[in-house]
Design a protein around this ligand. Sequence first.
Ligand code: ATP
Length: 317
Amino acid sequence: MIEKILKILAKNEDYISGEEIGKILNISRASVWKYMKKLKEIGYEIESISNRGYKLKNNIDFIDKESLKIENLFFEEEMASTNDYAKKIALENCPNWSVVLCNNQTNGRGRLGRSWEAEKNSGIYISFVLRPEILPQYVYQITLVVGVAIRRVLESLTGLEPLIKWPNDILINGKKVAGILTEMNSEMEKINFVIVGVGINVNNSKFSEDIAQKATSIMLETNKIYSRNEIIRKLVIELEKCYNQFCLYGFKPFKEEYNKYCANVGKNVTTQNGSEKTTGISKGVNEKGELIIESENGQVNVLAGEVSIRLSDGRYI
Ligand code: ATP
């Protein structure tokens, strides 16, 4: 119902009365009032004048699920975490390649339980439920393939050259613009499902002090406002293309492109996997998508999984 009310408000440049909205949707004026209250809580700025009705203050870029025309789409105005929602529907046996999307995410997560910041009505929060027929040990490759797809979409939209910070972040001008969180439910040799969550900073205008130095949005980098609908459409198409290619041929066809745009290649980096630290020059990924690090004494380390990476002088990238 909330989405229907939003659509009516967005279509009307002038005020529209609660009575009129109620008539269109066959609900009482009191219900309209309650939904308006909820919309304001979510973050929409709605002007209300007695005798005239309601009007959306800013022409916000709201997500219109019908125009997206995505099959098996689970959309809600607000979700705590699209990955958690996706996990729930996966356990209830939703189809392969179900897409979970929300306008606002209130409790988004990154890897290792870190939180993902979300300015109201500004970012993209989307998760995919996949059931790939691969061994669980190769699931991390999906993160890399999704990174390639996001990078391509952001490049075509902005004309800039986004880079990938192995394994799961996309950067523009050295700052994180998108992140990927891949989670799986599996048995020894069999994957039940994989959830790939993507967060993209689109029209975000600011970040908290903690991450202001390392986070950015495509709006901040280009001074343009973007339609999240358009990006979502492009992203879903590109992701499906890449994922299908991955299912047929594995990571191999993506290796060259990944390394071309991998931000850490040739740099002195330190990686951390739990308490284990590795320092050396990043040589990019091999055909399995593992990061190769060559240390000064010639030792070669091959890394995959929940690894954090920084430049050896401590800088983000
Ligand atoms: P790092 O980016 O620190 O190397 P990581 O790739 O493991 O680590 P994730 O777990 O994927 O990071 O993402 C969570 C981290 O991203 C948070 O700890 C925070 O530093 C940063 N972050 C949180 N929200 C945003 C956002 N909207 N945009 C960019 N970065 C964010």
